[in-house]
Design a protein around this ligand. Structure first.
Ligand SMILES: [Zn+2]
Length: 113
């Protein structure tokens, strides 16, 4: 899960994901969900979800802090975070396929729409 920044419209759904994973009828998944976000993402989450136990975030999410040009491997994809201008620290993401899927030089590309 990638969180671009900590404005609520971009991170409030973490609370729903927390509930889904914590109270799932088949039990909590064995591994925490990888979560990449700006610094203070866990702090923001605990402020949104008041009353959590002290280790609740770590039990559900495997939290990683984003930085400019941080690279994240997601299956066969590579995601690179880039700092972008916004009123708060924020990141855009470039998702790249594996090299085997990249077009070779000279390969025709679709015309822009
Ligand atoms: Zn925003």
């Amino acid at each position: 899960m990638l969180i671009s920044h900590l404005h609520p419209d971009h991170c409030i759904d973490l609370t729903g994901m927390y509930v889904f994973r914590t109270y799932h009828p088949e039990g909590m998944p064995e591994r925490p969900l990888p979560l990449y976000g700006p610094p203070r993402t866990p702090h923001r989450f605990t402020r949104m979800y008041h009353g959590l136990e002290h280790d609740a975030v770590e039990r559900v999410f495997d939290v990683h802090t984003l930085a400019d040009t941080a690279r994240i491997e997601v299956g066969p994809l590579t995601v690179t975070a880039y700092a972008v201008q916004h009123p708060v620290e924020a990141y855009g993401f470039r998702v790249e396929p594996p090299a085997a899927c990249s077009p070779t030089p000279g390969t025709p590309t679709p015309a822009p729409i």
